[in-house]
Design a protein. Structure first.
Length: 187
Protein backbone atom coordinates (compact mmCIF):
# COMPACT_ATOMS: atom_id res chain seq x y z
CA UNK A 1 0.00 0.00 0.00
CA UNK A 2 2.88 2.31 0.79
CA UNK A 3 4.22 1.81 -2.70
CA UNK A 4 0.83 2.68 -4.15
CA UNK A 5 0.56 5.75 -1.99
CA UNK A 6 4.00 6.92 -3.02
CA UNK A 7 3.18 6.25 -6.65
CA UNK A 8 -0.06 8.16 -6.32
CA UNK A 9 1.70 11.04 -4.65
CA UNK A 10 4.40 11.18 -7.30
CA UNK A 11 2.06 10.96 -10.26
CA UNK A 12 -0.30 13.53 -8.86
CA UNK A 13 2.51 15.87 -7.96
CA UNK A 14 3.64 15.60 -11.54
CA UNK A 15 0.17 16.18 -12.93
CA UNK A 16 -0.34 19.16 -10.63
CA UNK A 17 3.04 20.68 -11.35
CA UNK A 18 1.52 23.32 -13.58
CA UNK A 19 -1.32 24.18 -11.22
CA UNK A 20 -1.53 27.72 -9.99
CA UNK A 21 -2.89 26.71 -6.61
CA UNK A 22 -0.72 24.68 -4.23
CA UNK A 23 -3.62 24.07 -1.86
CA UNK A 24 -5.73 22.73 -4.70
CA UNK A 25 -2.95 20.30 -5.53
CA UNK A 26 -2.70 19.14 -1.91
CA UNK A 27 -6.43 18.56 -1.79
CA UNK A 28 -6.25 16.43 -4.94
CA UNK A 29 -3.40 14.42 -3.43
CA UNK A 30 -5.46 13.73 -0.29
CA UNK A 31 -8.44 12.67 -2.41
CA UNK A 32 -6.31 10.35 -4.51
CA UNK A 33 -4.64 8.78 -1.48
CA UNK A 34 -8.05 8.12 0.07
CA UNK A 35 -9.16 6.45 -3.14
CA UNK A 36 -6.05 4.24 -3.25
CA UNK A 37 -6.50 3.21 0.38
CA UNK A 38 -10.13 2.24 -0.17
CA UNK A 39 -9.28 0.25 -3.30
CA UNK A 40 -6.44 -1.68 -1.70
CA UNK A 41 -8.21 -2.46 1.57
CA UNK A 42 -11.56 -3.39 0.03
CA UNK A 43 -12.42 -6.71 1.71
CA UNK A 44 -14.15 -8.39 -1.24
CA UNK A 45 -11.38 -7.63 -3.67
CA UNK A 46 -10.56 -10.73 -5.76
CA UNK A 47 -7.65 -12.73 -4.43
CA UNK A 48 -4.36 -12.67 -6.26
CA UNK A 49 -4.29 -15.31 -8.99
CA UNK A 50 -1.25 -17.00 -7.42
CA UNK A 51 -3.40 -17.87 -4.40
CA UNK A 52 -6.12 -19.46 -6.51
CA UNK A 53 -4.11 -21.91 -8.58
CA UNK A 54 -5.22 -25.47 -8.62
CA UNK A 55 -2.84 -28.36 -8.20
CA UNK A 56 -0.52 -29.17 -11.12
CA UNK A 57 -1.64 -31.78 -13.63
CA UNK A 58 0.31 -34.98 -14.07
CA UNK A 59 2.41 -35.41 -17.21
CA UNK A 60 0.05 -38.19 -18.29
CA UNK A 61 -3.05 -36.01 -18.13
CA UNK A 62 -1.30 -33.19 -19.92
CA UNK A 63 -0.27 -35.58 -22.67
CA UNK A 64 -3.83 -36.88 -22.93
CA UNK A 65 -5.14 -33.33 -23.30
CA UNK A 66 -2.54 -32.56 -25.96
CA UNK A 67 -3.32 -35.69 -27.95
CA UNK A 68 -7.03 -35.04 -27.73
CA UNK A 69 -6.55 -31.46 -29.01
CA UNK A 70 -4.32 -32.65 -31.84
CA UNK A 71 -6.82 -35.32 -32.85
CA UNK A 72 -9.81 -33.01 -33.00
CA UNK A 73 -7.82 -30.31 -34.80
CA UNK A 74 -7.99 -32.47 -37.92
CA UNK A 75 -11.78 -32.07 -37.94
CA UNK A 76 -11.58 -28.28 -38.18
CA UNK A 77 -13.60 -26.53 -40.86
CA UNK A 78 -11.11 -23.85 -41.84
CA UNK A 79 -11.35 -23.35 -45.63
CA UNK A 80 -10.92 -19.57 -45.32
CA UNK A 81 -8.09 -19.10 -42.84
CA UNK A 82 -6.42 -22.48 -43.54
CA UNK A 83 -5.59 -22.35 -39.85
CA UNK A 84 -6.79 -25.40 -37.97
CA UNK A 85 -7.11 -25.22 -34.21
CA UNK A 86 -7.91 -27.95 -31.71
CA UNK A 87 -8.75 -27.58 -28.04
CA UNK A 88 -9.28 -30.02 -25.22
CA UNK A 89 -10.73 -29.16 -21.84
CA UNK A 90 -10.27 -31.13 -18.65
CA UNK A 91 -13.18 -31.01 -16.22
CA UNK A 92 -12.88 -31.25 -12.45
CA UNK A 93 -14.33 -34.79 -12.59
CA UNK A 94 -11.55 -35.89 -14.96
CA UNK A 95 -13.56 -35.97 -18.14
CA UNK A 96 -12.08 -34.49 -21.31
CA UNK A 97 -14.02 -32.74 -24.07
CA UNK A 98 -12.55 -31.46 -27.31
CA UNK A 99 -13.45 -29.06 -30.08
CA UNK A 100 -12.11 -27.52 -33.29
CA UNK A 101 -12.63 -24.21 -35.03
CA UNK A 102 -15.64 -24.11 -37.34
CA UNK A 103 -15.53 -21.29 -39.87
CA UNK A 104 -18.32 -19.92 -42.03
CA UNK A 105 -18.63 -18.05 -45.33
CA UNK A 106 -20.07 -15.27 -43.20
CA UNK A 107 -16.80 -14.87 -41.28
CA UNK A 108 -18.34 -13.49 -38.11
CA UNK A 109 -20.18 -16.75 -37.53
CA UNK A 110 -16.91 -18.61 -37.00
CA UNK A 111 -16.56 -20.46 -33.71
CA UNK A 112 -13.23 -21.06 -31.99
CA UNK A 113 -11.98 -24.50 -30.94
CA UNK A 114 -12.03 -23.63 -27.23
CA UNK A 115 -15.66 -22.56 -27.26
CA UNK A 116 -16.65 -25.56 -29.38
CA UNK A 117 -15.14 -27.82 -26.71
CA UNK A 118 -16.80 -25.98 -23.84
CA UNK A 119 -20.20 -25.86 -25.53
CA UNK A 120 -19.96 -29.58 -26.28
CA UNK A 121 -19.32 -30.29 -22.60
CA UNK A 122 -22.28 -28.14 -21.56
CA UNK A 123 -24.50 -29.80 -24.15
CA UNK A 124 -23.52 -33.22 -22.82
CA UNK A 125 -23.41 -32.58 -19.07
CA UNK A 126 -25.35 -29.41 -18.42
CA UNK A 127 -24.12 -26.04 -17.19
CA UNK A 128 -22.58 -27.14 -13.91
CA UNK A 129 -19.25 -28.12 -15.40
CA UNK A 130 -16.00 -26.91 -13.86
CA UNK A 131 -13.05 -26.50 -16.19
CA UNK A 132 -9.71 -27.38 -14.68
CA UNK A 133 -7.47 -27.02 -17.71
CA UNK A 134 -7.54 -26.14 -21.41
CA UNK A 135 -5.01 -27.17 -24.06
CA UNK A 136 -4.94 -25.41 -27.43
CA UNK A 137 -2.94 -26.43 -30.51
CA UNK A 138 -2.80 -25.29 -34.13
CA UNK A 139 -1.56 -26.88 -37.32
CA UNK A 140 0.95 -24.10 -38.04
CA UNK A 141 2.86 -24.59 -34.81
CA UNK A 142 2.79 -20.85 -34.19
CA UNK A 143 2.12 -18.95 -30.94
CA UNK A 144 -1.63 -19.07 -30.37
CA UNK A 145 -3.29 -18.42 -27.03
CA UNK A 146 -7.10 -18.35 -26.63
CA UNK A 147 -8.70 -15.21 -28.05
CA UNK A 148 -10.35 -12.67 -25.77
CA UNK A 149 -13.86 -14.08 -26.27
CA UNK A 150 -12.72 -17.60 -25.40
CA UNK A 151 -10.88 -16.37 -22.31
CA UNK A 152 -14.12 -14.94 -20.96
CA UNK A 153 -16.02 -18.14 -21.77
CA UNK A 154 -13.31 -20.25 -20.11
CA UNK A 155 -13.53 -18.00 -17.05
CA UNK A 156 -17.30 -18.54 -16.85
CA UNK A 157 -16.77 -22.25 -16.23
CA UNK A 158 -13.18 -22.27 -14.98
CA UNK A 159 -12.06 -19.25 -12.95
CA UNK A 160 -9.20 -21.39 -11.65
CA UNK A 161 -8.29 -23.05 -14.95
CA UNK A 162 -4.79 -23.54 -16.28
CA UNK A 163 -4.30 -22.90 -19.99
CA UNK A 164 -1.65 -24.71 -22.08
CA UNK A 165 -0.79 -23.20 -25.44
CA UNK A 166 2.04 -22.41 -27.85
CA UNK A 167 3.85 -19.29 -26.70
CA UNK A 168 6.42 -17.18 -28.52
CA UNK A 169 9.24 -19.25 -27.02
CA UNK A 170 7.64 -22.68 -27.02
CA UNK A 171 4.95 -24.43 -24.98
CA UNK A 172 3.55 -22.22 -22.29
CA UNK A 173 1.04 -22.43 -19.47
CA UNK A 174 -0.85 -19.65 -17.74
CA UNK A 175 -3.59 -19.27 -15.20
CA UNK A 176 -6.80 -17.95 -16.75
CA UNK A 177 -6.60 -14.83 -14.57
CA UNK A 178 -3.21 -14.06 -16.09
CA UNK A 179 -4.76 -14.17 -19.56
CA UNK A 180 -7.94 -12.43 -18.44
CA UNK A 181 -7.21 -10.29 -15.35
CA UNK A 182 -10.69 -8.75 -15.13
CA UNK A 183 -12.91 -11.69 -16.03
CA UNK A 184 -16.36 -11.56 -14.48
CA UNK A 185 -19.18 -13.91 -13.57
CA UNK A 186 -22.71 -13.03 -12.57
CA UNK A 187 -23.18 -16.11 -10.41
ZN1 LIG B 1 -11.51 -17.83 -29.37
Amino acid sequence: MLALQLYGMQSLKASCAGSASASFAKKKVRTLLRRFTIAVDFPSMPKNSSLQRNTPLSAGVRRELLQSAQRVMKHAHAPYSKFRVGAAILLADGRIFSGCNVENASYGMTNCAERTAIFSAVAELGPKIEIRAVTVVNDHGVPCSPCGACRQVIYEFGPDATIFFQGANGPKQAHITELLPEGFRLQ
